[in-house]
Design a protein around this ligand. Structure first.
Ligand code: C2E
Ligand code: MG
Ligand code: MG
Ligand code: MG
Length: 290
């Protein structure tokens, strides 16, 4: 009967999925309102060079400051937003604009750092992406464009590789740079990697986390570091939680790192205090000279 009734009517006879669909719609409505009311915030996580101890950049990570429930992680709301293209683009533009405004402020205050922003696959593949990025960048003439790095999931880039290459090349001509996020989880072919205008491979945190105990993960980390070197790309490790991770990575030839062990994502106003603290952390700073 359900089959005969077709997809549209099926929900009427399935209270379970009807409830789900309604919950989904309500959640979307709350998120739309959240954007209007300015309830989203960006936190920033430090990226450091273990080779000289320098803070060279931050990654912007979105959170929802829900008045009822407090701070909500992106994993809880981005999947909903991803189901509505217009909302996803509106939020994506808000993220880029907010991150650039913050970067401008930091550059003005003498903090010379890069800004990394996560871009979803839908967002990247939308016809207007490169043009709207161009328009946005024109509103921040004081920001050197190479200071902006767009993080694209490796899996997103390979889902429609020919299109990804075209869009990324257009953006690269604007002067921005790209990193492939969660690298190692998507099995990029080497041929494609060669064609993508990507400056940096970001080793997925799952491999980094277990590299000290799991020889396979360590081999993958080692492999990505060598791959990056062979293709003349930068490489950064995410999920660096302990000093031991930092030491092991540096021995393997990966100087750039990001993770809870270095600094958690934090509100912009906390970055100067974190930086002061970081510069006093002798054990990590000694990695720079060892
Ligand atoms: P991602 O881009 O791979 O970001 C890294 C995630 O790992 C962040 O989670 C970060 O807080 C967390 N992390 C950083 N260091 C460590 C560590 O040492 N250990 C562990 N266990 N975790 C660490 P978060 O903030 O919950 O973000 C999750 C994902 O949501 C991000 O993964 C990214 O794919 C997506 N995301 C976040 N903000 C945005 C955004 O503005 N736009 C889009 N499109 N996606 C975003
Ligand atoms: Mg990222
Ligand atoms: Mg990642
Ligand atoms: Mg991730």
């Amino acid at each position: 009967l359900a089959k005969e009734a077709g997809k549209n009517c099926y929900h009427l006879f399935d209270p379970e999925s009807d409830r789900k669909a309604q919950g989904h719609r309500q959640q979307l409505e709350r998120l739309r309102l959240a954007l209007q009311r300015g309830e989203f915030v960006l936190h920033y996580q430090p990226k450091v060079d273990l080779g000289d101890g320098r803070l060279f950049g931050v990654e912007a990570l979105i959170r929802w400051q829900d008045p009822q429930r407090g701070l909500i992680a992106p994993g809880e709301f981005l999947p909903y937003i991803g189901s509505v293209g217009s909302l996803e683009r509106a939020l994506g533009e808000w993220v880029l604009d907010t991150a650039l405004a913050q970067l401008e402020q930091w550059l003005n205050s003498g903090l010379q750092i890069d800004m990394s922003v996560n871009i979803s696959a839908h967002q990247l593949m939308h016809d207007d992406f490169a043009d709207s990025l161009d328009r946005l960048l024109c509103r921040y003439p004081a920001i050197p464009r190479a200071r902006l790095e767009l993080e694209i999931l490796e899996t997103a880039a390979i889902a429609d590789m020919p299109r990804a290459i075209v869009v990324m090349q257009r953006c690269a001509r604007l002067g921005v740079r790209f990193a492939l996020d969660d690298f190692g989880t998507g099995y990029s072919s080497l041929t494609y990697l060669r064609k993508l205008p990507v400056d940096t491979l970001k080793i997925d945190q799952s491999f980094v986390r277990d590299m000290l105990v799991d020889p396979d993960d360590r081999a993958i980390v080692d492999g990505v570091i060598r791959l990056a070197a062979a293709f003349n790309r930068h490489v950064i490790a995410e999920g660096v939680e302990t000093l031991e991770h930092g030491q092991a990575l540096q021995r393997l030839g990966c100087r750039l790192a990001q993770g809870y062990g270095i600094g958690r994502p934090m509100p912009a106003e906390q970055l100067p205090a974190w930086l002061h603290d970081w510069q006093q952390r002798a054990a990590w700073q000694r990695l720079a000279v060892s």
